[in-house]
Every structure is written in C-alpha cells, then in structure tokens.
Design a protein around this ligand. Sequence first.
Ligand SMILES: NC(=O)c1ccc[n+]([C@@H]2O[C@H](COP(=O)([O-])OP(=O)(O)OC[C@H]3O[C@@H](n4cnc5c(N)ncnc54)[C@H](O)[C@@H]3O)[C@@H](O)[C@H]2O)c1
Length: 275
Amino acid sequence: MSDFKDKVVIVTGAGRGLGRSHAIEFAKRGAKVVVNDLGGAIDGTGFGNTAQSVVDEITHFGGTAFANTDSVAEEGSAQNIVDTALNTYGTVDILVNNAGILRDKTFQNVTMENFRAVIDVHLMGAVYVTSAVWSIMVAKGWGRIVLTSSESGIFGNFGQSNYAAAKMGLVGLMNVLKLEGGRKGIHTNCLAPGARTRMTESLPAQSGGSPHQVSPAVLYLSSDEAPNGIILQASGGHFSVLRMSHGESVNLGEGVSYESFLEKAESIVNGKIIS
Ligand SMILES: NC(=O)c1ccc[n+]([C@@H]2O[C@H](COP(=O)([O-])OP(=O)(O)OC[C@H]3O[C@@H](n4cnc5c(N)ncnc54)[C@H](O)[C@@H]3O)[C@@H](O)[C@H]2O)c1
C-alpha cells in the first residue's frame, strides 16, 4: 500500500467542499499539506480565510498543514502557492488541482467576462500551478497530478458552456501530460467527482454523496500505484472509469465526395463503437 507519510501535497481550493476533504484524508495519512483557498464566493468574487480553518482542523488531530490564500487564476499568485510549499516543506510531491467557481448562464446570455473568469480558474489555474510544480517533479523523477474535471464537460450540461469548456480542456491537458510526464515518473489523471457541496446545493437532494466518499479516488490517483491518463469518476461511494470511444471506420477511398459521404453518413455517425 502506498504511504503518504511526509509526502508534500498541495490541494487548491481546499478551504471547503471536496478540497477540504482531500486535504484532511492526506493529512490523516501523514502527508504535509498546503491548504490553498482564496475563500471567495461561489462566483470567485471576494476573499476569506477558509484555508486557515481547515489547517486548524488538521493540526487539531495532530496532522501537518499550512494555509495559503493565493489565487490559482494568475500566474504570479499560482507560483506563490508552490513557493509556500517549497519554503515550508522543501518540495512538492503531489498536486491536486481542485479550485473552482461557477458563473452559469446559457451561451446566449453568458458574458465574455464570465466565460473567461471560469476558464481562468479551472483551466488556466490548473495550468499555472501544474507548470510551477512540473520542473520540481521532473528533477525528482516522481510526481502525481490530479486535474478535477467534470461530467458537465465530458457529457455536457445546460447553462455551463464556460465550465464545460474548461473541464474538457483539462482532459486534453491530461492527455498530453501523461505522455510528456510518464517518461519522467509523473502521472497525471483526471477526477470527475460528484458530491454535495455549495456548488451542487441547488440540485435535487438525492444527487451526489459526501465529499469524503470522493477522496479515496484522489488518494489512489496520488499514490505509487496511480495509473497515468485515466478519468476516474467518483460519487456517493461509486467509482468508475470514463473513456473516449472510437466508432468503426468507413473507408470512402480516393474518390470520396460530399455525395458519396452522404450515402454513408448514417453508418459513420451511428456506427458500431469499436474501442
Ligand atoms: N461538487 C460536485 O458535485 C462537483 C462535480 C463536478 C466537479 N466538481 C469540481 O470539484 C472542485 C471542487 O468543487 P466543490 O464542489 O468542492 O466546490 P466548493 O465551492 O465547495 O469549493 C471550491 C473551492 O475553490 C476555491 N476557489 C475558487 N476560486 C479559487 C481561486 N482562484 N484560487 C484558489 N481557490 C479558489 C473556493 O473558495 C472554494 O473553497 C471544483 O473544481 C468543481 O468544479 C465538483
């Protein structure tokens, strides 16, 4: 079994919800945790020191943690999060990109400011913090990176074009980092969680479970046994893998035209899934 003792872990957005649970589960197993959280409202505005309250919880049970309130959404402040880990614990072994906001509107009504704000936190935030830890992990020949994606991106969800684009962007990022990092001992995976937090409190009561039912998946993706490049779904104690699928190829040859394509369009679009 993988041992998290003395592993240095950064969990972004860990002042509440899923991130808080991940941070606590790492700390219970001996990890040194940087609890990052800006502490703002669900739309990302404002500020509060929720990170310190999670650090207090962790130190209360004898764990080791340090608070950081920088935003993931700007390159310089994302670097500060990593510098906090380096100055406090000397290195970074595991990064859980979890921070997130919502600015839901239909595509017709979403402003470009609200589209960009969501991309900046979920996608660029993960890019900035991951970029800041990358060379540290390359140098030590070991690292684990978790990117928090969502079914909303993978399958779509009404009113969340900004959020879905960011969450699917993280899958694309993983698909490249698994190749570039795999040769250097860095494993990158996506999590597609479901849990009752302030982000889902407007949904029907039966949806999702507790954050602590998701965290085992995050610890597994951060362990020595972690795979590289999977999307792990975790919700209410249920776990499964999500994959892209490939339909059967139809060969229309050198002489393909729009008309010959149309004749076969039905079997291309609704063809058998082969992998
Ligand atoms: N709850 C679910 O069912 C669910 C489903 C799919 C995906 N997710 C994803 O899981 C992650 C955690 O969500 P949650 O449900 O715990 O929500 P949450 O609102 O409880 O927690 C998100 C945390 O991120 C912090 N944060 C926001 N912007 C930040 C920034 N710029 N820098 C640092 N911290 C910032 C917030 O202050 C908040 O504490 C998010 O990425 C979310 O999109 C959640």
